[in-house]
Design a protein around this ligand. Structure first.
Ligand code: GTP
Ligand code: MG
Length: 193
């Protein structure tokens, strides 16, 4: 995959702030700190296009990135970050619901989960929500470099079980440290477009 363009377009919270629909969109959803921004950077071979941080809650708005004039990646704020007020959580829910239900150009969602742990209740809620709205999901199991090779199958099976994984969806083990899973992720994204 040759990346000749990876441009930040704009940030927005409400539909009036979204960019004009111009490219098929793929959104990145997942718990805070799971590695959404790192995933984008790894796929587009840029170190800091999407801002990453070891502190959860770095991404606060929907951030739109034009990749190769072919696909718009939409980095979204993570969920499940404990130090968030009820008001903030509700605002986040409204922002996500509007985007996922109203954005016609949205082709599918990459939902990231941490391969080391069973999906959280929030992960399951997000997956159910996406399925309810008939959005194709690519589940990317991040931080693959942090588990032993011999443990991979066990962790993948646990994730599928907990999510009640839909056989139509794709699951990709991934590491933004080693780049493992990059090609499989691009292939799955292309199939959505
Ligand atoms: P929010 O914007 O807060 O929702 O977080 P995010 O999901 O965008 O996570 P981000 O990409 O900022 O990554 C969080 C932390 O995890 C950073 O310290 C990353 O370096 C680290 N990280 C992300 N992916 C991987 C991975 O595949 N392997 C390892 N070892 N670390 C990772
Ligand atoms: Mg982020």
């Amino acid at each position: 995959m040759k990346i000749y363009k990876a441009d930040f377009i704009t940030s927005g919270v409400n539909p009036e702030h979204y960019p004009e629909p111009m490219l098929p969109e793929v959104a990145l959803a997942g718990r805070s700190n799971v590695g959404k921004s790192s995933f984008i950077n790894k796929l587009v071979q840029r170190k800091a296009l999407a801002r990453t941080s070891s502190k959860p809650g770095k991404t606060q708005t929907l951030n739109f990135f034009n990749i190769n004039d072919e696909v718009m990646f939409v980095d979204v704020p993570g969920y499940g970050y404990a130090k968030v007020s009820k008001t903030e959580r509700e605002a986040w829910g409204k922002m996500m619901e509007k985007y996922f239900t109203q954005r016609e150009i949205l082709k599918g969602v990459v939902q990231l989960v941490d391969i080391r742990h069973d999906p959280s209740a929030d992960d399951v809620t997000m997956y159910d929500f996406l399925k309810y709205y008939d959005l194709p999901v690519i589940v990317v199991a991040t931080k693959l470099d942090k588990i032993k090779k011999s443990q991979r199958d066990k962790h993948i099976a646990a994730i599928k079980r907990k999510l009640q994984f839909d056989g139509q969806d794709t699951l990709i083990p991934f590491s933004s440290e080693t780049g493992e899973g990059v090609d499989a992720a691009w292939e799955a994204i292309y199939r959505l477009l």
